[in-house]
Design a binder for this molecule. Structure first.
Ligand code: PGA
Ligand code: ZN
Length: 424
């Protein structure tokens, strides 16, 4: 039995030099935990509200002082005195206090920073690793079975960055390389790092190296989206691995950004595409590259496109809803009943509490969907989602390229969880 005695938040920077919130909680036992939260760039229209100050004199309006004052003035008085093991009650208290479906009053950023920190401080108070504590919460919520946590989720590496995260000449946001799921995690990470470095060499040879994108993948100068897929294939081969055996390919199209004037524009085709011609395009690249993972192939309101692609390609491919679902239980229910996808990207900050994130995972599991726990493009070094992914027994994690501090903080944390689980 312990009690929350103090909560304080402050403005820190994320990996894009944009402010975000760090929150600390202290218990009467003296235990302290700190959590910080990420920010998206290619955000879905239906995500919970990220409260920004809109004061042009500070950080171009992106300050989070209002959200921080909401933590101090409104949230803290409501939850001080609670035992942090009561995650569901505390989250519900904040949801009620906010009183809006989108967390418009307090801000999902303010609420989530407290929600994550409550989970962390509870794990410290009960003397358990965070992933084990998350697993207990997930079991209590019936979001997972009581099967042991043996599998470290397979990483989806974002090797080449385009769209809003890149240099401006690739339409698709992420060109991914995914190790075979049966590969032990440390070998998956090693092989991913080898391929990452081989991509660099390949881009240097072509004179195409430009910079790295927001998630640590390369942001090269290339002509088409298919060129980027080709470079990933080449790098896999050059590293001594086999495509279709050691590695598979994936894409996050983030199609909100290619949806213009009622059609879809991509540099691989001179004319704008409609839903059915975009499906044909996906079918053609699938024939050539055998994709196993396709995220946000249509924009967030093109339900017809989503249904069609899931029925045409969903038997052999994960059709992953990110902007479509925004980690929102109502959207997930709709997508399940309409068979609009078969996998979900889970981002706690799209919804704003640990409890609601567990709710989404529970629904996805009931529908037999694959679960991918994901970072955001603007991150801190907090590795909460690594523990969260293991605790909810997600199938995959998407933490960006195996490079840059805020990305490897999560990948490296999975290494230590793998080692801890192996000593059992
Ligand atoms: P975001 O991108 O964090 O900028 O939204 C990540 C993604 O689309 O998966
Ligand atoms: Zn996405």
């Amino acid at each position: 039995m312990s009690k929350i005695t103090q909560i304080w938040s402050r403005e820190i920077l994320d990996s894009r030099a944009v402010p975000t919130i760090e929150t600390a909680i202290k218990l009467d036992t003296g235990h302290v935990a700190v959590a910080s939260i990420p920010t998206g760039a290619s955000t879905g229209k239906f995500e919970a509200l990220e409260l920004r100050d809109n004061d042009p004199k500070r950080f171009n309006g992106k300050g989070v002082l209002k959200a921080i004052s909401n933590v101090h003035e409104k949230i803290a008085p409501a939850i001080i005195g609670y035992d942090p093991i009561n995650q569901f009650e505390i989250d519900q208290k904040m949801i009620t206090l906010d009183g809006t479906p989108n967390k418009d009053n307090l801000g999902a950023n303010a609420i989530l920073s407290v929600s994550l920190c409550v989970a962390k401080v509870a794990s410290v108070a009960v003397g358990q690793s965070l992933y084990k504590w998350i697993n207990q919460l997930a079991q209590a919520y019936k979001a997972v079975t009581s099967d042991p946590m043996t599998h470290i989720p397979t990483p989806v590496f974002n090797m080449i960055n385009g769209g809003l995260h890149g240099a401006g000449n690739l339409d698709f946001q992420e060109f991914q390389v995914i190790p075979r799921t049966s590969k032990p995690y440390h070998l998956a990470l090693r092989s991913g790092a080898e391929v990452y470095n081989a991509i660099r060499n390949s881009l240097i040879r072509r004179g195409a190296i430009h910079s790295t994108g927001d998630e640590g993948g390369y942001a090269p100068n290339l002509f088409t989206n298919a060129d980027a897929l080709e470079i990933n294939v080449e790098a896999i081969n050059e590293s001594g691995y086999k495509i279709g055996q050691d590695f598979f390919l994936g894409l996050d199209v983030a199609a909100n950004t290619i949806h213009k004037n009622g059609g879809y524009s991509i540099r691989d085709r001179s004319n704008a595409l409609n839903t059915s011609s975009l499906i044909e395009f996906y079918q053609s690249i699938n024939e050539e590259y055998r994709l196993t993972y396709l995220e946000d192939p249509f924009y967030e309101e093109d339900w017809d496109g989503w249904k069609q692609i899931t029925s045409k390609l969903g038997d052999n491919m994960m059709i992953v809803g990110d902007d479509l679902l925004v980690t929102n239980p109502e959207k997930v229910k709709k997508a399940i009943s309409e068979k609009a996808c078969n996998a979900i990207l889970v981002k706690p900050n799209q919804i704003g509490t640990v409890t609601e994130t567990l709710e989404v995972i529970k629904l996805a599991r009931e529908a037999l969907w694959k679960v991918i726990v994901s970072h955001r493009s603007g991150e801190t070094n907090d590795w909460f989602i690594a523990d969260f992914a293991v605790g909810v027994r997600s199938d995959y994690v998407k933490f960006g390229a195996p490079a840059r501090g805020e990305r490897v903080a999560k990948y490296n944390r999975l290494l230590s969880i793998e080692a801890e689980l192996a000593t059992k």
